[in-house]
Design a protein around this ligand. Sequence first.
Ligand SMILES: [Zn+2]
Length: 286
Amino acid sequence: MKFQQTIAATIDIAGTALQSGATVKMSIKPQPEDTGIYFKRVDLPGQPSIKAEVNSVIDTTKSMTVGKDGWKVATIEHLMATFHGLGIDNALIEIDGEEVPRGDGSGLYFAEQLLKAGIVPQKAPRKYLRIQEPVWVEGIVYRQNEPTKATLVILPGDDLEISFTFTSDHHVTGTQYYHYKLASDTFLQEIAPARTIAFRREIEYLQSKGLALGGDLNTVVVVGDQGYENKLRFPEEIVRHKILDILGDLYLLGPLTGHIIAIRSGHALDYELAKKIISQNATILL
Ligand SMILES: [Zn+2]
């Protein structure tokens, strides 16, 4: 039997937000058993808070965003993925702005901070949603502003596994495939360090919409017309980052077992799958 986990001490992080470029301060605090993950806006009157769960999602356009009553916390996915990857069930994130700081553009910086604080087991057993029947969703994602079909499937399985295929007609990236089985040590080695990707030809468009303002060549893998503009951490860093995003997005359901097969999925489709897993009543709680 596995037990729920939290952190041993409060972590303070200050940094730049990936999309808005704003400077934000964030504290991650330990929480008791069966709390879950909560975000609290300490800069707003009354310091409202919200649980990181499927019902709290208000936007999936460029990042996973939770909120209600006109306030939000955006770009939670890399932090959520790190909680998922390291098996942290209970934490409160106090933040003084609308978006989680970018860290190093991946899950690695957050993982290092959490490990430094210490991850501690709690008394209550960990509960897993176990997928009992196939659930799948299809949709359209935009690649370099061109609509493309995307598919996301989850099948029953004893562990959480993700088989992701990223496709692109861009000659620099080509098609990339990666298969990952979740465990905290492999998460640190294989998935946590994979950074956000941006196509050079897409960046101006995003910045004109007020997005990607906090990205730079240390935190974002930039795909130029002639090649990558920075040094990669993995040859298939892009698809590994897509797995990081899914791990974060689906952690809105809590711990989960099943085999995910993803073709070009992004935040919007991840969210559709999470909703359908609930509405189809496709799980049992173990
Ligand atoms: Zn991401």
